[in-house]
Ligand binder design. Structure first.
Ligand SMILES: [Cu+2]
Length: 162
């Protein structure tokens, strides 16, 4: 028979540990279960490139409308047009498209930087040139939009290059 002092508040501890272990296990299994979600992104590889598409930014601060070439994106030099639609509120004119880059997610290479220039009077419309794409397949582009030095957002979009 154990002495009485062994049965104090600590007697509850094994139960607590078991609960903690069960919780950890549940969390671990939940994380395991979440992993296939990454794989499913491969299913989002586009099968064609639309002539025009609308994409929302990561932080929902802006969205962009992309005009693709009539024949779609091809291996070689490409030019696209991007219109920025700010969601920052009443400071639309201050929002700018700062950069556009692209790469091939499957190969993690062939990164290209587009040459961004404002087109026409509307400062929210841009020509993006120098998109020299070296391989056909799935490319992911990121458009970086900024409002000021501290406020920026990214829009990613997937395209098929022929
Ligand atoms: Cu590649």
């Amino acid at each position: 028979m154990y002495p009485a002092f062994d049965r104090g508040p600590l007697a509850a501890r094994p139960v607590f540990s078991r609960a903690l272990f069960a919780l950890s296990l549940a969390l671990f299994l939940a994380l395991l279960g979440a992993t296939p979600a990454c794989v499913s992104s491969a299913e989002e590889v586009p099968t064609e490139t639309p002539s025009e598409a609308h994409y929302d930014s990561v932080k929902q601060r802006a969205s962009i409308v992309v005009d693709f070439p009539a024949d779609g994106l091809v291996v070689g030099p490409n030019q696209i047009r991007i219109r920025v639609e700010p969601k920052w509120g009443d400071e639309a004119a201050a929002v700018q498209l700062a950069a556009v880059s692209g790469f091939m997610p499957a190969h993690s290479h062939n990164r290209v930087e587009g040459q961004v220039s404002a087109s026409g009077a509307a400062s929210e419309s841009y020509e993006v040139g120098s998109l020299d794409l070296s391989m056909p397949g799935h490319w992911q582009f990121t458009a970086h939009v900024v409002r000021d030095a501290t406020d920026s957002d990214d829009v990613t979009f997937d395209v098929l290059v022929r």
